[in-house]
Design a protein around this ligand. Sequence first.
Ligand SMILES: Cc1ncc(COP(=O)(O)O)c(C=O)c1O
Length: 361
Amino acid sequence: MTDPVRLTRADLDALPSYVPGRNPADLARELGLPEAIKLASNEVPYGPLPGVPEAVAEAAAGAHRYPDMGVVALREVLAERYGVSVDRIATGCGSVGLCEHLARATCLPGDEILYSWRSFEAYPIIVATTGASSVRVANTAGHGHNLAAMAAAITEQTRMVLVCNPNNPTGTAVRRAELDRFLATVPGDVLVVIDEAYREFVTDPDVPDALEAYGDRPNVVVLRTLSKAWGLAGLRIGFMVGAPEVAAAVRKVVTPFSTSSAAQAGALAALRQADEVRRRCALVVSERTRLTSALRDLVPDVPESQANFVWLPLGDQSAAFGAACEKHGVIVRPFPGEGVRVTVGTPTENDAFLAAARSAL
Ligand SMILES: Cc1ncc(COP(=O)(O)O)c(C=O)c1O
């Protein structure tokens, strides 16, 4: 038999695929349970914010029309809310879409994108699809970014550095003084992308809000998402704030119309619910504290989380732990050989997970 014709890039074979959280309906069916609990995708468990379903339904009435490609109304609201000018904002199909656009807007094949590892699993995929090279700096023993080592790893080829703060999947966060020091050493022609997908869950006052602390730096871009605290994961919308030239370049390479009318309408409705978002985040934070302390009785070295998930550094036990939780109807996110990420759910969901964890360990 002859080999099939190769139509796609051979180097992509070595690239791990993005792993979405398992579908809870499938697991429930498999186990014969009425439902399964999903703590695998860092969603907030309290449903869409009030007003969002109605706004999306209204937008659906115009679904035969293209959305506003300039996303003008939403960018104006975001600009007002975050105290920046509209020309510094771009929206995308999730902040992961924007991350990809930033890579596309900054890199040519042979250029380097630097990030800490383990971090968000989409980063290596984004870098590879751009044709740039990934340069990874190992996390510290405490599971956080090693910013000094990252600064030392910048080369002539580095075009972009990703700082995931708080870091997915470990929940650790870099603090103001170390980030100040790091940014002072990064050359002005290297773009630093501070990915703050979990900003709303940060409670440590030493962890800077990058928009406030570094928003005026021309080589800093801050990524935010409406998928987590704002409850719009299914609508796929995130935004970036950066220098006007960077935002304009991103808007140029963005997939046309990728911020759908439903996403724009849902985001406008969600942004009117800031008080409810704060209330929900406080619930998540209080459960995060409870989960962390209960888990520390079972697993040594659970790092402090500033996000809506906790990291269990279980090493070789990770895959077995994930499988054992599934047998109890709880879906978590194992990273085989490294650890397990568990999203903070409702108190009942967290209790079910803790029972599963106690029995698994
Ligand atoms: C660190 C980080 N950045 C970005 C994202 C992407 O979020 P979205 O594309 O839903 O906006 C995620 C999602 O899990 C994440 O963990």
